[in-house]
Design a protein around this ligand. Structure first.
Ligand SMILES: NC(=O)c1ccc[n+]([C@@H]2O[C@H](COP(=O)([O-])OP(=O)(O)OC[C@H]3O[C@@H](n4cnc5c(N)ncnc54)[C@H](OP(=O)(O)O)[C@@H]3O)[C@@H](O)[C@H]2O)c1
Length: 238
């Protein structure tokens, strides 16, 4: 479904964000997406998808870098997808201050800053999708820093929906469950992934494009009455 303008996808060089970039471009929407470590991969995605897609480097933990990504998106921005986030499997008792601060900068603070930029830049009819995690609700053990910072991001998004609603801007949270991305494969044991795949009603891991379909829908005009809410896309986890 075509957007009227450009969509900025934060974290578009891999996983769910990359699938979202591909869907948007396939639907005729111009996209600017960010990469951090994956410059080569991002370049290949641009070369493959053509002139309607551009990539910029961004580390969302650095407020100036995040601001530069919004500036690079330029005029005509109508949608933003925040699809950057990372977890560790550290027990609460072993969390360090550095790990807590990093989790906040990545999963929480960057969402607040992105919502501020979006409020300044998006026109009436614009939309923001914040990718959280079902972990924010389920609070699994060994994920305290992830759970609490994603929950904070969700809270900020729900407040922003009320504040930005006056401008006709929507804000929606999407909660994936376990999704087959490079991050999941790189962080989680095969055995744990197998258990995750067996948990939802639909008995498999999510595919990045399963989430991209939901995100793209929520950005588009058919979701014009959806804001300030959390959409779970987990294959039926509970
Ligand atoms: N996969 C899952 O099972 C799962 C489940 C629930 C929620 N989620 C959420 O879904 C979102 C996407 O996760 P994913 O699994 O698709 O991850 P992924 O495959 O690792 O992709 C993450 C993306 O974020 C970028 N990124 C990483 N650190 C960054 C930073 N500090 N600043 C800016 N960009 C950064 C990466 O860029 P480079 O690759 O270029 O470095 C990449 O484009 C996250 O918010 C995650 O919490 C994932």
């Amino acid at each position: 479904m075509a957007q009227t303008g450009t969509v900025l996808v934060l974290g578009g060089s891999s996983g769910i964000g990359e699938a979202t970039v591909r869907r948007l471009v396939a639907g005729g929407t111009p996209v600017v997406f960010t990469h951090r470590t994956g410059a080569d991969r991002a370049g290949r995605i641009c070369a493959e998808l053509g002139p309607d897609v551009r990539t910029v480097h961004c580390d969302v933990r650095d407020p100036e870098s995040l601001a530069a990504a919004f500036a690079a998106a330029g005029e005509g921005l109508t949608g933003v997808v925040h699809c950057v986030g990372a977890w560790t499997y550290t027990r609460l008792a072993e969390l360090t201050l550095d790990e807590l601060d990093d989790a906040w900068a990545m999963n929480g603070r960057s969402v607040v800053l992105a919502l501020q930029h979006a409020g300044r830049l998006l026109p009436e009819g614009g939309a923001v999708v914040v990718v959280s995690s079902v972990a924010a609700e389920l609070a699994p053990p060994r994920q305290a820093s992830y759970v609490m910072t994603k929950a904070a991001a969700e809270a900020a998004a729900r407040v922003a929906a009320k504040e930005l609603g006056r401008q006709g801007i929507r804000v929606v949270v999407v909660r994936p469950g376990a999704t087959d991305t490079p991050q999941l494969r790189g962080s989680t044991s095969e055995k744990a992934i197998e258990a995750m795949a067996g948990a939802p009603a639909l008995r498999r891991l999510g595919a990045p494009d399963d989430l991209a379909g939901v995100i793209t829908f929520l950005l588009g005009p058919d979701a014009r009455w959806v804001t300030g809410t959390v959409v779970e896309a987990t294959g039926g986890l509970r």
